[in-house]
Design a protein around this ligand. Structure first.
Ligand SMILES: [Mn+2]
Length: 337
């Protein structure tokens, strides 16, 4: 990738449509890393979006999204995107570029670039830090903080998604830099608007349980958003309320937008692989967090969807017996294994 960057003058970084915090943090941090470590580069960042979530505005303080300065780019790097389709209208920039690469952390990744840096971990932001460190590039404190934002938001503050030894190593580096990490976590997780809370109330009200309480489904439609003055993006994280429930191994929320267009966000625990369900409906993600979009009448996929959820629930590991959570029968008096 270093060679690819060195021999390219005009570089496009493209993330998935409706970019989340990890996607935006990946775009701006890699842009800044390239601009500050390589001479004479034009780096443009792209992600298809109707409206950016208010909460991510500080990430884009210095960089403009979707300002195209070249017809054909020498190099396009896809970020945080498991397949070409998820690049939305900017797929064309990627496919027309003279060379291509990608950095992603989804295990459903389709390896569609000339150079695929795909590593199953917390976030794409984490991988960008790891790559920059391996390349011995200069990384500012500001970039580290943006990377941390990507890491915590993609893992619900390290409670789901993927974690690796490298994840802990990156946090260790950030501690050594004495960054105010709690401030970033507070900004993203203790900052819900009143309208978002009211939307949560509506979602909880809609929650229904199936298969002996193993599956929880919530629903929100456009009117629900209007009723409480909620903005697009306010639905983010609400699905966790379902999976946080005792006995629930699959939780989903169906968000109905215009023209029978649904966004379905899913969470799994206890071994239920929601990525494999989402994939069957054209989406993707991680074992514990996944999503897909669906256009049409829900009745057409209902029985299939329930069937897929049921087959994942059947394969769930037995739940941890509370009594044996810390000290199981084979616990021995040793200091390390
Ligand atoms: Mn991500």
């Amino acid at each position: 990738m270093k060679t690819q960057i060195e021999r390219s003058e005009r570089i496009a970084l493209i993330a998935h449509e409706n970019p989340d915090t990890d996607a935006l943090a990946s775009l701006v941090s890699l842009k800044k890393i390239i601009e500050r470590n390589f001479d004479n580069k034009v780096v443009d960042i792209f992600a298809q979006t109707d409206k950016l979530d208010e909460i991510n505005k500080p990430l884009l303080k210095e960089d403009t999204l979707n300002a195209r300065r070249a017809e054909i780019y020498d190099l396009a790097i896809s970020l945080d995107t498991p397949n070409l389709k998820r690049l939305g209208i900017y797929e064309e920039i990627f496919t027309s570029a003279k060379d291509s690469a990608q950095i992603d952390h989804h295990n459903t990744n389709e390896k569609f670039a000339n150079n695929n840096l795909v590593y199953f971990t917390s976030s794409t932001s984490e991988i960008i830090y790891l790559i920059a460190k391996i390349m011995k590039l200069k990384i500012s404190d500001g970039i580290c903080k943006a990377i941390y934002a990507g890491m915590i938001t993609d893992t619900a503050n390290f409670t789901q998604g993927a974690k690796r030894k490298t994840t802990i190593g990156v946090i260790n580096d950030f501690f050594n830099r004495k960054l105010e990490l709690d401030k970033i976590a507070e900004y993203y997780f203790k900052n819900n608007s009143i309208s978002k809370n009211k939307l949560l109330e509506k979602a909880i009200h809609s929650m229904k349980f199936y298969f002996d309480g193993g599956l929880a489904i919530m629903k929100l439609n456009k009117q629900d958003f209007l009723d409480v003055g909620a903005k697009a993006g306010d639905e983010e994280g609400i699905v966790n309320q379902g999976i946080n429930t005792k006995g629930v191994n699959i939780a989903c929320i169906f968000i109905k937008r215009d023209n029978n267009l649904y966004y379905i966000s899913m969470r799994g625990k206890g071994g239920a692989n929601v990525a494999s369900i989402a994939q069957k409906f054209g989406g993707g993600g991680h074992e514990t967090m996944a999503a897909f979009t669906y256009q049409g009448n829900l009745m057409d996929i209902k029985s299939n969807f329930f069937k897929e959820c049921y087959s994942e629930l059947k394969g769930c590991k037995e739940r941890v017996n509370d009594e044996n959570l810390f000290f199981d029968d084979v616990d021995e008096n040793i200091t390390s294994k």
